[in-house]
Design a protein around this ligand. Structure first.
Ligand SMILES: *[C@@H]1O[C@H](CO)[C@@H](O)[C@H](O)[C@H]1NC(C)=O
Ligand SMILES: *[C@@H]1O[C@H](CO)[C@@H](O)[C@H](O)[C@H]1NC(C)=O
Length: 273
């Protein structure tokens, strides 16, 4: 009896130990390395900056005839791009349709403050691109009324609000269906790829573009642009009318100059709830 029990215990121990071992390895391989959210004491090569993140890096000898001379050649971007991402103003949350979810009067005042702020930078703004949702279009038109008339205003449905990627940690009160993430995720990633990349080779001057869109879109774009775990997006919070500023250099280096900047907004116009 004793030996049978001991033998069972031994067997159980071996199986348990194996499970533990497999579990540990699985965690290490799947859990730790697949999740970008792990706290690492020692950075691994996997987490190094990918300089060719936008696939626009000039690679010498890659079909470019000017490379033989050893100069930069026409394949090398030279201009700097500044992208100013604006969150729309406060809006009527309980409107039944998008057309009814328009800016509140405070939301319009916020948009005006943001427009004045952008104008006072005196940047040669190249264009304003608005999401096609009512609150973003309205915010964009108020902003553009404070900018020189020559600045074109465009509209893009890729910038509409949505659910970019399941956030980590999960939110207790915001839990879209998996299908929502599946659909919106690809579209918001497409917005990132369309608007955030180094300058075209033809671009000679520094450019300043204003994207008027939404908190989830902006937060996801910030994570992607900085090569941070994209599931971290919900850890940030952005005020209505705030300015988030990314700079993409010809080298592919990216810097976040401001996130959710609203220091220019008079305190009584800040919405915090
Ligand atoms: C912005 O306004 C919306 C209502 O339009 C509100 O739900 C949200 O909390 C506000 N956000 C901030 C950070 O003020
Ligand atoms: C890109 O950024 C890194 C880190 O700040 C810096 O060391 C490097 O010189 C930058 N590259 C260029 C081409 O500016």
């Amino acid at each position: 009896m004793v030996s049978v029990t001991a033998s069972r215990a031994f067997t159980a121990g071996v199986i348990g130990g194996t499970a533990l071992l497999i579990g540990g390895k699985w965690k290490e391989k799947q859990g730790l390395k697949a999740s970008w959210t792990t706290n690492h004491n020692t950075p691994e090569p996997l987490y190094k900056w990918d300089n060719n993140w936008d696939k626009r890096q000039h690679i010498p000898g890659d079909g470019d005839s000017c490379d033989a001379a050893g100069d930069k050649g026409p394949g090398q971007p030279t201009a700097i791009r500044h992208i100013l991402l604006i969150r729309h103003g406060q809006y009527i949350l309980d409107g039944e349709t998008d057309e009814k979810r328009v800016l509140t009067s405070l939301g319009k005042e916020q948009a005006a403050e943001t427009g004045q702020r952008l104008n006072s930078f005196d940047f040669p703004i190249t264009r304003v691109v608005c999401s096609t949702m009512s609150r973003a279009k309205e915010t964009g038109s108020i902003i553009s009324s404070h900018l020189p008339e020559s600045v074109p205003v465009e509209y893009c449905s890729l910038l509409r609000e949505g659910a970019p990627i399941p956030p980590e940690p999960m939110s207790s009160h915001w839990r879209p269906e998996a299908q929502q993430f599946f659909q919106d995720g690809a579209r918001i990633e497409a917005a990132f790829r369309r608007y955030i990349h180094r300058a075209d080779v033809e671009q000679k001057e520094t450019s300043y573009e204003v994207l008027v869109c939404h908190a989830n879109v902006i937060r996801y774009i910030v994570c992607r642009a900085l090569q941070l775990p994209p599931e971290a997006w919900l850890r940030m919070s952005l005020h209505n009318g705030s300015i988030t500023w990314l700079t993409v250099r010809p080298s592919g280096n990216v810097s976040l100059r401001a996130v959710g900047d609203c220091g220019f907004m008079p305190i009584d116009k800040l919405t915090t709830t």
